[in-house]
Ligand binder design. Structure first.
Ligand SMILES: O=C(O)CCC(=O)C(=O)O
Length: 291
């Protein structure tokens, strides 16, 4: 029996796990236990002190489901192809570091807005597993917002209204209006990067409903004028990230943070300078079509 410790990290949201070594290969029972802990904690688990190679990170992530970049699956997205690990197509790199020729070792400023990974795909991400390999001394936290609790806190009438809505998620629209100048080039726009999803979705693993719209990639609510859509989204965005739904993660080197994109939004805080290297590797699990 492997012994490990667990600790809540925010009221009703998130669990920290220590005393485990994923790299040593875990039994199926233990992995099922970790996944259950993650679900029970609202889709946020922090596993401390993981000295993982990229291969071990990929192998562990596969227990959650097929990965973007797996040989028989779709690539992560055309949108970030130059930030994929050159040897491991399953790994997306987030970093402010550059190599000897000045080429980025990862996407700088990735996710510096509230979003749910790859929500513009027909089958958006389920789990994302981000491994903090190099962390600034100060800053570089990641915020997570619990969208199941955000949904549950709405009035009955607002729940009914939101449950009748569908929203478009559109990478091109988001890229052109938000961060095109620094990270996106014309060829990134190609491919199936636009999808229509329900505004309220049910997580099939927990049965919980959550809000599923995000300022990063949602362009508009289907069937409304742009003025109406903007008002509905403005209300929901204000509600979704109320402090009581948010956990702020201050990274320790070797943390592996796992979030469930079906019920959690996240935001990377870029408050550190380029003199403070930050290097992270992410595996992204392909989810189901939201319903
Ligand atoms: O760098 C981070 O803290 C998070 C980056 C991010 O938003 C992502 O990997 O989706």
């Amino acid at each position: 029996m492997v012994k490990y410790e667990t600790k809540p990290i925010a009221p009703g949201f998130g669990v920290a796990i220590s005393g485990l070594k994923i790299a040593s290969g875990e039994s199926d029972n233990l992995i099922a236990e970790i996944i259950q802990l993650w679900h029970d904690a609202g889709g946020i688990a922090v596993i401390h002190d993981q000295d993982l190679t990229s291969e071990q990170h990929i192998a562990f992530s596969r227990h959650f489901g097929p990965l973007f970049g797996d040989p028989l699956e779709e690539p992560l997205q055309s949108t970030v192809s130059r930030y994929i690990h050159p040897e491991y197509p399953e790994i997306y790199r987030v970093s402010n570091k550059v190599d000897n020729e000045g080429m980025p070792l990862g996407r700088k400023g990735a996710g510096t807005y509230w979003h749910s990974d790859v929500s513009f795909r027909e089958r958006p991400a389920q789990a994302s597993l981000l491994h903090g390999k190099q962390i600034p001394i100060l800053g570089g936290d990641t915020l997570f917002a619990d969208q199941a609790r955000a949904y549950e806190a709405l009035s009955k009438n607002m729940k009914v209204f939101c449950s009748s809505l569908f929203a478009w998620h559109d990478f091109e629209d988001a890229a052109r209006s938000q961060y095109a100048s620094t990270v996106v080039v014309e060829e990134d726009m190609a491919g199936g990067n636009r999808s229509l999803h329900p505004v309220v979705r049910t997580n099939p693993d927990t049965g919980r409903k959550s809000l599923f719209i995000n300022p990063g990639f949602t362009s508009h609510i289907d069937g409304f004028t742009s003025e109406e859509s903007e008002s509905i989204l403005a209300f929901l965005y204000g509600h979704c990230v109320k402090p009581e739904f948010v956990y702020r993660h201050t990274w320790r080197e070797k943390d592996l943070v796992i979030w469930d994109n079906r019920s959690v939004m996240h935001y990377a805080v870029m408050d550190y300078s380029d003199d403070e290297p930050r290097y992270m590797e992410r595996c992204t699990v392909i989810g189901e079509r939201p319903t």
